[in-house]
Design a protein around this ligand. Structure first.
Ligand code: G3H
Length: 255
């Protein structure tokens, strides 16, 4: 039985003060909420502060990126072991903003996937098509290619305990979420694609939806059978809105 996971990706937002206040707000709003995994991914520089602030709660810590190297002359990078050392569990890789602004390839992201798994952490592999690819009817082709980069190098077993976030690029930060039916169709395609290699692995993999998820549209998205929570950007910066999303996922799970 899969549990949903709602994860907040703070992106390049926050400060020491905001980190403390946002987590304090989340702890209050989420007290007693059960049935849904919750994680936050603040900027790397605030991970240690966040780890202390979530202490004793059921909020897990995530990171927004990782390097493929574990140590050495790689100025400005952060390794999987370092993320583990500060208490991060869920590591976002392949986010479209990194694919676009940092030119990260499918192969490079697959290497990150392997490094994260090797460290005993949980990769949150972001995949999804651009607006142009969507218009051209290439959604499934793009998602398959992005998953295959891992499947073909590490096998289906690599997805055991892993998380996939389907984030159509056209829905990210635009206020234009995919409809529940649109998202469900792609999530089912992703699960079926992995099932061709290993049905049991496909059944347990968490597939989050991401892209303009908010406190208004979350509940309906979570009614879909293959949508297992969400990767939330903008709405994760407000404790009350993020808590509504978490509660919606928990309610859908318990329904
Ligand atoms: O990682 C989160 C996604 O990029 C979604 O961002 P958004 O909720 O602001 O659209």
């Amino acid at each position: 039985m899969r549990h949903p996971l709602v994860m907040g990706n703070w992106k390049l937002n926050g400060s020491k003060q905001i980190t403390k206040e946002l987590i304090e707000g989340l702890r209050k709003e989420l007290s007693g909420v059960d049935g849904c995994g919750v994680a936050i991914a603040p900027p790397a520089i605030y991970l240690d502060l966040a780890k202390h602030a979530i202490s004793g709660s059921h909020i897990a810590l995530g990171a927004q990126n990782v390097d493929v190297n574990l140590s050495g002359a790689f100025t400005g990078e952060t390794s999987a072991d370092m993320l583990k050392d500060v208490g991060a569990k869920y590591i976002i890789i392949g986010h479209s903003e990194r694919r676009t602004y940092h030119k990260e390839s499918d192969e490079f992201i697959a290497k990150k996937f392997a490094v994260v798994k090797e460290a005993g952490l949980v990769p949150v592999l972001c995949i999804g098509e651009t607006d142009a690819e969507n218009e051209a009817g290439k959604t499934e082709e793009v998602c398959a290619r992005q998953i295959d980069a891992v499947l073909e190098t590490q096998g289906a077993a690599a997805f055991e305990g892993a998380v996939i976030a389907y984030e159509p690029v056209w829905a990210i930060g635009t206020g234009k979420s995919a409809t529940p039916a649109q998202a469900q169709a792609v999530h089912k395609f992703i699960r079926d694609h992995i099932a061709k290699k290993d049905a049991a692995i496909a059944q347990q993999v968490i597939i989050q939806y991401g892209g303009s998820v908010n406190d208004k549209n979350a509940a309906e998205l979570f009614t879909q059978p293959d949508i297992d929570g969400a990767l939330v950007g903008g709405a994760s910066l407000k404790a009350d809105a993020f808590a509504v999303i978490v509660k919606a996922a928990a309610a859908a799970k318990n329904a």
